[in-house]
Design a protein around this ligand. Sequence first.
Ligand code: ADP
Ligand code: MG
Length: 275
Amino acid sequence: MVENIIEMANVKYKYDKEDSTYAVNGVNLNIRKGEFTAIIGHNGSGKSTLAKLINSILLATEGKIYVKGMDTADDSKLWDIRQAAGMVFQNPDNQLVATIVEEDIAFGPENQGVEPSEIRRRVDDALNAVGMYEYRKRPPHMLSGGQKQRIAIAGILALNSDCIILDEPTAMLDPSGRKEVMYTLKKLNENGKTILLITHYMDEAVQADRVVIMDKGSIKLDGTPKEVFRNIAEIKKFGLDVPQVTELAQELSEEGLNIPPDIIEVKELVDLLCQ
Ligand code: ADP
Ligand code: MG
């Protein structure tokens, strides 16, 4: 049986009692261990609020959230929850605290009271897992944005987290930095980490196992990238783009070509057209 790392049942959240609308409005979402889920949605659709609820930064107004079976409303579980599901934020410069890369990664386990030899092992493992071992003695401010985000990810790995939640980690990066981060996340996922990636890039979302679309605080579509992105008209209603190749494939299909409506990768379409 595959267990759920995150369970959310009818979760609602308001920033202010006086608010007439909920920032998160009745979300039911279970994230299975080992799954790579992308959450997409227009600005203000509640994605960041949802991430903060999972991480116990915010407390649900209604409904229940469990991380590895721990109730996020239980104060005594706060650090266990943040250890189990670590967060990476948009701005890499706000997350790195130390003056040397390896010290930054050691910061979390040090605060947990992990013994020094174990910290050394975890820091080295984490550096290798994100491909940054040779940068371990560098000052973080000398790194590129993509490298800084990889260090932020390594900091979570050093806590032995099962799940990594990333809130638009590539929004401030250039294309090569974005690729580095996606490559790192896919590799970590192949090695068993559960990934919850909030993004507004469709090319990142199509690489996930599962895509969840949020609008006005609730989940509107949830399925594999193919199941979700074929709903072009609906997705556009939420103010989102679909992968260009999906749109092209559907237009070609309307023109009479025998092409399925759920193409999400350029290579798929090229292979079909070249047959
Ligand atoms: P997203 O991450 O999808 O852009 P957010 O979760 O940041 O969406 O925002 C959801 C809603 O909550 C929006 O209407 C936003 O204006 C509101 N909101 C977000 N943060 C705050 C805050 N700190 N105080 C009050 N309202 C907020
Ligand atoms: Mg956000």
